[in-house]
Design a protein around this ligand. Structure first.
Ligand code: SF4
Length: 286
């Protein structure tokens, strides 16, 4: 099969940094129990790799987060994920004398800083149960979630000039529609478009392939927000090609590809290159 790989592919700078940091911590604290507080990044292959290195994963549960943190012992090492977290979690660990490390991506930090330093009300567009959304909502008591895919109740705001922020890995197409709705209801709102460049460029690239291929493969995990957005954008805009999303080669092998002659590969920002290379080679040999 004819195959092309869209660039950029595999890890973004935020994921690369989180993984490098976790590797250094594992190396430095060989004799300690090291924990991820929630998945470091949203990719099972990456998480399994760290589990093999002895890092334990505490599944993130916002409702029970403080209880989970209370259970750490003084010589445990805690690593917070690239998606950001509630600052109060750090305060609790500090009180208990527990060492922790923060791998929050600089792009997410930038959004959290805007939230923290704003005196105005904030409309935050995000997915309800995503860790980045939980983190963002915890940074202000004047912040309102515009739940992605749902209607927003504008009457709950006390002002007519909020600032508008968003989760970094949403679809730029859907976000434009939401911005238009907000502008119609609140012409004085200040809209920041905070989609991360690493996610946006992949979304734009997938719209440029037009009719050149008959199969588009997004390689990424289903809990990866930017991977699912890539899939959704391609699926709704590339009508002449079939778009599929797979986490790895095993998943792809279950799909009958006989009818396709050409394929293009793209990936989420937390998908390891080794998975993409395996898929590329498999397709080339079909
Ligand atoms: S996708 Fe963007 S915001 Fe998310 S980790 Fe990568 S660089 Fe950071």
């Amino acid at each position: 099969m004819k195959v092309e790989v869209l660039k950029p592919i595999s890890y973004c700078f935020g994921v690369t940094k989180a993984i490098d940091t976790a590797l250094k911590i594992r190396e430095e604290y060989k004799d300690n129990d090291v924990y991820f507080f929630g998945d470091l990044v949203h990719n099972k292959f990456v998480i399994d790799y760290f589990k093999e290195k002895g890092i334990k994963v505490i599944p993130f549960n916002e409702e029970n987060a403080f209880n989970q943190l209370e259970r750490f012992k003084s010589d445990d090492i805690v690593i917070f994920s690239a998606h950001g977290h509630n600052e109060k979690y750090e305060e609790l660990l500090k009180l208990k004398g527990i060492k922790y490390f923060d791998t929050t991506c600089v792009k997410v930090k930038q959004i959290l800083n805007i939230i923290q330093n704003s005196n105005r009300e904030i409309i935050y567009i995000g997915k309800k149960r995503h860790p980045e959304t939980f983190a963002s909502l915890s940074y202000s008591d004047k912040i309102y979630l515009y739940e992605y895919g749902k209607e927003f109740d504008f009457s709950q705001l006390n002002s007519d000039n909020p600032i508008v922020l968003n989760q970094s890995t949403l679809s730029f197409l859907e976000l434009t529609d939401i911005f238009n709705i907000i502008q119609k209801n609140l012409p004085k709102a200040t809209i920041y478009d905070e989609i991360c460049g690493a996610a946006r460029i992949r979304q734009e690239n997938i719209l440029k392939i037009h009719d050149k291929f008959d199969l588009i493969i997004v390689v990424g995990d289903s809990n990866s927000s930017n991977s699912t957005k890539l899939f959704e954008i391609s699926n709704s805009c590339n009508k002449k090609a079939k778009t599929i999303m797979v986490a790895n080669l095993d998943e792809l092998k279950k799909i009958d590809l006989k009818e396709f002659k050409s394929a293009v590969l793209t990936s989420g920002t937390s998908t390891p290159l080794v998975i993409i290379n395996e898929i590329e080679e498999y397709l080339r040999n079909l």
